[in-house]
Ligand binder design. Structure first.
Ligand code: FES
Length: 334
């Protein structure tokens, strides 16, 4: 017998099986809720349990702290019901109608972007389509059942090409394969599109885009989408890397400064060499210095979890309403 899952404040009643997470039950019944990693590590799905009891699942105490649990919070990608439950979730509207598929794809092209970053262009079968929202991600399905999530760096297109930016992770099984063995025409299976990190197209607020490393990938997809749809909003892009040679797509950044009427890019290096004459340090500090009052922006943040969580907290503390902060924390799996 399934349990009842009530969603507040909308008052929807859904069914949830005892071996199903709250996130799985909500998605299965077409109710789109905020999530990203689905593995208990990013915190995007954290929400309030209003009534009933759950098994909290396998959670990292740095993501869901004991104090969080005390105050009624749970990770909905991990929590399973042990009674009827009522939770507080705000539905994410725009991802409705997007179907999550499991598909094979062929490696269409591989391009070196930076010393430790490769672009992988995958092509889905001609008989398939894959509508997605710019900024969403796919999970590459490895043969042993493991998954690796990568943001989509382009926009939906008639050729069925998906662009991923892959950073080499020392000792990483999948990324080693990408850098050492992968070749054109190899087949990769994936599931997607996934996640709720995508551009909110109905907004007209200025954009604060913040990325570290290959967190640039979904931001690229979003900016490309804005251009394709003739949407001109003032854009401040902050991109942080460790070493100057970690930046890529310089020509594209130049192109954007021409194509957008109000576009500024801030490139920031945390471990600069003697030749680097640009900005140094961490993007969080630069953003808060440049915009001590960020309240007018929509902020999109993607990259290492430490940066993502601390920047989101600092923006909130400086007056930006949480409703206008959209974040995706990367988890680098081996
Ligand atoms: Fe649940 Fe990442 S922690 S989606």
């Amino acid at each position: 017998m399934p349990f009842r899952l009530r969603i507040e404040p909308s008052g929807h009643d859904l069914e949830i099986e005892a071996d199903e997470t709250i996130l799985e039950a909500a998605l299965r019944q077409g109710f789109n809720v905020p999530y990203s990693c689905r593995s208990g590590t990013c915190g995007t799905c954290k929400g309030r349990l209003l009534d009933g009891q759950v098994d909290y699942g396998d959670v990292d105490e740095t993501v869901l702290t004991p104090a969080d649990r005390e105050s009624g919070l749970a990770l909905f990608c991990q929590a399973m019901p042990v009674s009827d439950v009522t939770v507080e979730i705000k539905e994410v509207g725009a991802a409705k109608g997007i179907t999550i598929k499991t598909l094979p794809s062929r490696v269409h092209r591989i391009e070196d972007l930076a010393p430790d970053v490769r672009a992988l262009f995958l092509k889905i079968p001609a008989t398939e389509t894959l509508p997605f929202l710019p900024g969403q991600y796919i999970d590459i399905l490895l043969k042993d059942g493991a998954r690796r999530g990568f943001s989509l760096a382009n926009t939906p297109n008639a050729d069925g090409i998906l662009e991923l930016h892959i950073k080499r992770v020392p000792g990483g099984r999948f990324t080693s394969q990408v850098f050492e063995q992968m070749k054109e025409k190899d087949i990769l299976r994936f599931e997607g599109p996934l996640g709720t990190f995508f551009i909110r197209e109905e907004s007209t607020r200025p954009l604060l885009m913040a990325a570290t490393g290959t967190g640039f990938a979904p931001i690229k997809g979003m900016l490309q989408w804005l251009l394709e749809h003739g949407q001109q909003r003032p854009i401040q892009l902050y991109w942080g890397v460790r070493h100057p040679q970690d930046f890529y797509y310089e020509a594209l950044l130049q192109e954007w400064t021409q194509a957008f009427s109000d576009f500024t890019v801030h490139k920031i290096v945390s471990r600069p060499d003697a030749q680097w004459t640009g900005a140094r340090g961490y993007i969080t500090e630069h953003i808060l210095q440049d915009f001590p009052d960020p309240s007018e922006f929509d902020a999109y943040i993607c990259g290492h979890p430490d940066m993502v969580f601390s920047l989101a907290d600092r923006l909130r503390a400086a007056g930006l309403d949480a409703e206008h902060i959209f974040a995706d924390a990367f988890v680098f799996a081996k």
